[in-house]
Design a binder for this molecule. Structure first.
Ligand SMILES: Nc1nc2c(ncn2[C@@H]2O[C@H](COP(=O)(O)OP(=O)(O)OP(=O)(O)O)[C@@H](O)[C@H]2O)c(=O)[nH]1
Ligand SMILES: [Mg+2]
Ligand SMILES: [Zn+2]
Length: 387
C-alpha cells in the first residue's frame, strides 16, 4: 500500500510524490506545492528533464484555481495564468495532474489519484487469457452498483470503462492496456482508498516463440517496465496482490504455459506474503459443453452449469460465500497452477465469465462471478471489512 501523497504511475510504474501538472498544447509543466507558512498553494514552472529551464523558464505562473479541502492538494486539473517575462499579456492555461517520470509521453493521472492510500494489484497471464476483458468487466458501473447488496458502498472513477460493448484487442507490450482505477468510498461517500488494477500484455509473460524478441531493444524496455512495476527499492516493494489470469479454453499453443507465466512473475516480483488469486475466464464456454449422458455409468453430475453459476447472480453474503467456495474448489482441482499455488497459503481460485463475443464485439451485459475476485482482493487487503 502506498500512503496518500505517494503515487505510482499507472503507465511507467515509477514512484513519485510531486504534484506535477502538464499542459499539452504549450508543452509546459508545473509543480504545485503548499506553503505551510502562508497556508496557500503555489505553482512553479517545472521541466522534469531540464533543470536549467526549470530555473529560468522565461515565464511565471499564477494559480487561478481555488483548491478545496476535498482535493487535498492534488486536483485533477488546475487553471494557471501564464505571463512571459517582460511582457504584459496574460494567458490562461488548463493543466492536468500528470506523471513527472514518463519520458516520451505525458500520462494524465485518474481523478482523485494520490489523495487516498493506494493499493496496487497487478495482472499476469498469457495472451488472450482474458485480462483486459476482466478489467473492463469490473469497471462496469452497473455491476459495481450491485455490490451494495453485500453491504458495501463503492464508487468507481470513469477512467476504466469503455462501454458495455467494445472491440476485443490484444494489449500491446509497453502500453497501459485496460488498466482500471477504483475509488472506494464509505457509506457517507467519503473516500477511503484507491485501487489500481494494472493490465499488462500477455506477451510479457510468455512471448510467442516465433517473434521471440527477448533480446531486442523494445523488448528489454517492456520487460524492464514490468520489473519496475513489480519492485522498486525500499519505498515500494511491489504490488499488494497479484492475479494470474488463465482461460478455461486452451488454445493448443498455450496449453500449460501458465506455469511459465507464473515463473516470470516470481522472477521479477517478491511474492512472499502477497496474496495471489487465480482467475479462470471463459466460464461460459465450459457451460456450453454438453454434460455427460445421464445413462452413461462414468458420467458425473456437471458442477459447472448455468444453474450453479447464474448470470448476474447476487452479492448477498449467503449467495456470495458458498459461490466463492465452490469456485475455489473447482479451480483448485482442475488446474495445474492452482494445485501448486494452493499449497502457498494466500491463494484463491475463481471461475468467471467477463463477456461474450458477438460479431467481433465484446458484450459485457451478462457476466458471471465477475466481481468475486475483486471482492476477495478488497477483503484480503483489508479495504472492505468482512461483515
Ligand atoms: N466467451 C468469453 N470470451 C472472453 C472471456 N474473457 C475474455 N474473452 C475474450 O477472449 C479474448 C481475449 O481476451 P483479452 O481480454 O483481450 O485477453 P488478454 O489476456 O488481455 O490478452 P493480451 O492482451 O493479448 O495479453 C477476447 O476476444 C475476449 O473478448 C469470457 O469470460 N468469455
Ligand atoms: Mg490484454
Ligand atoms: Zn509515468
Amino acid at each position: 500500500m502506498l500512503k496518500a501523497g505517494t503515487c505510482i504511475c499507472p503507465r511507467c510504474g515509477k514512484i513519485f510524490r510531486m504534484a506535477y501538472y502538464y499542459n499539452a498544447p504549450s508543452a509546459i509543466g508545473a509543480r504545485l506545492s503548499y506553503s505551510r507558512q502562508n497556508h496557500t498553494y503555489r505553482v512553479d514552472p517545472y521541466f522534469p528533464d531540464d533543470p536549467e529551464r526549470t530555473a529560468n523558464p522565461g515565464f511565471t505562473l499564477q494559480l487561478a484555481t481555488r483548491i478545496g479541502k476535498k482535493e487535498q492538494g492534488v486536483p485533477y486539473s488546475i487553471t494557471v495564468i501564464r505571463q512571459m517575462d517582460g511582457r504584459s499579456e496574460k494567458e490562461e492555461l488548463t493543466m492536468r495532474h500528470s506523471c513527472p517520470e514518463c519520458r516520451h509521453y505525458n500520462t494524465v493521472l485518474p481523478r482523485h489519484y494520490g489523495i487516498y492510500p493506494l493499493y496496487v494489484i497487478a495482472l499476469a497471464g498469457l495472451t488472450s487469457a482474458g485480462k483486459s476483458a476482466w478489467l473492463t468487466a469490473i469497471a462496469n458501473p452497473n455491476n459495481l452498483a450491485r455490490l451494495n447488496e453485500a453491504g458495501y458502498s463503492m464508487h468507481l472513477e470513469p477512467d476504466g470503462y469503455s462501454g458495455s460493448s467494445s472491440k476485443a484487442e490484444p494489449t500491446v507490450p509497453g502500453s497501459i492496456g485496460r488498466t482500471t482505477y477504483l475509488v472506494i468510498t464509505d457509506r457517507e461517500g467519503k473516500g477511503v482508498a484507491g485501487v489500481l488494477l494494472r493490465d499488462f500484455s500477455g506477451e510479457l509473460f510468455a512471448p510467442a516463440r516465433e517473434s521471440a524478441e527477448w533480446g531486442s531493444y523494445d523488448w528489454q524496455n517492456y520487460s524492464s517496465d514490468w520489473a519496475t512495476f513489480a519492485a522498486q527499492g525500499n519505498e515500494y516493494a511491489g504490488p499488494d496482490l497479484f492475479f494470474i489470469v488463465d482461460s478455461t479454453v486452451k488454445s493448443g499453443k498455450h496449453a500449460d504455459q501458465e506455469t511459465g507465466a507464473y515463473n516470470t512473475l516470481r522472477n521479477n516480483a517478491d511474492l512472499t506474503g502477497r496474496p495471489v488469486g487465480l482467475i479462470l475466464t471463459h466460464a461460459d464456454k465450459l457451460m456450453e459443453e454438453k454434460p455427460p449422458h445421464p445413462g452413461d455409468p462414468s458420467g458425473t453430475v456437471p458442477l459447472i452449469d448455468s444453474k450453479t453459476f447464474a448470470v448476474n447472480a447476487g452479492y448477498r453474503m449467503r449467495q456470495l460465500v458458498p459461490r466463492m467456495a465452490l469456485q475455489d474448489y473447482i479451480v483448485t482441482r482442475c488446474h495445474n497452477l492452482a494445485r501448486l499455488l494452493s499449497g502457498t497459503g494466500l491463494y484463491r481460485g475463481f471461475l468467471v465469465k467477463s463477456c461474450e463475443n458477438k460479431g467481433g464485439l465484446q458484450d459485457f451485459n451478462n457476466p458471471i462471478n465477475v466481481l468475486d475476485p475483486l471482492i476477495w482482493a478488497l477483503n484480503t487487503l483489508g479495504i472492505f471489512p468482512v461483515q
